[in-house]
Design a protein around this ligand. Structure first.
Ligand code: SF4
Length: 136
C-alpha cells in the first residue's frame, strides 16, 4: 500500500548508515556544493575537484573505490550538518512515496520508517518539494 504522506512515522536511528550504504549516486544542487565546501573549509573549486563529477546536466559526488561515499564514516555522515539535499530529505523522495514496491523495499532496509511520531505533513511536503526542485 502506498504511504499516506500525512501519516508517516519516522525517526532516523542513531548509528544506522543503511541508507548511505545503498548502491546509487548522490546528486547535488549548486547550493549543496557551496554548503559542503564551506563546512569542510574548502573553496567550491577545491571541493569540486576532489569530490564532484559534473556534466552539463548533473552534479554528483564521486564514489571512492570501496565504499558508497567519501564522507561515510562508521558512526554516520562526516558532513552531517551540511549534507546534500538528497541525503537530508530521505526517505521523503517523490519516487519512493509514489511507488509501492520502492517504498516497501526502502522500509526493508530503513529501521527508522514506522518508528516514533508522525512526521508533520508540512515537513514531508517540504522535503518532497525540495527533491522535485532538485530534479528539475
Ligand atoms: S536507513 Fe533510515 S534509520 Fe538508517 S540512517 Fe538511513 S534514515 Fe536513518
Amino acid at each position: 500500500m502506498l504511504p499516506n504522506p500525512a501519516r508517516i512515522r519516522f525517526t532516523c536511528q542513531p548509528g544506522c548508515i543503511n541508507c548511505c550504504n545503498q548502491k546509487g549516486y548522490v546528486y547535488l544542487t549548486e547550493a549543496d556544493v557551496t554548503r559542503a565546501a564551506a563546512f569542510l573549509g574548502l573553496s567550491s573549486a577545491a571541493f569540486e575537484k576532489k569530490y564532484i563529477y559534473r556534466t552539463q546536466r548533473l552534479i554528483r559526488l564521486r564514489k571512492p573505490a570501496r565504499s558508497q561515499c567519501h564522507f561515510l564514516q562508521t558512526g554516520g555522515c562526516g558532513i552531517h550538518p551540511a549534507k546534500p539535499t538528497q541525503c537530508r530529505t530521505f526517505p521523503f523522495w517523490p519516487d519512493l512515496l509514489q511507488d509501492e514496491d520502492d517504498w516497501k523495499a526502502t522500509k526493508a532496509y530503513c529501521p527508522g520508517i514506522g518508528v516514533g511520531n508522525f512526521v508533520p505533513l508540512e515537513e514531508v511536503e517540504k522535503a518532497l518539494a525540495e527533491m522535485r526542485d532538485e530534479e528539475e
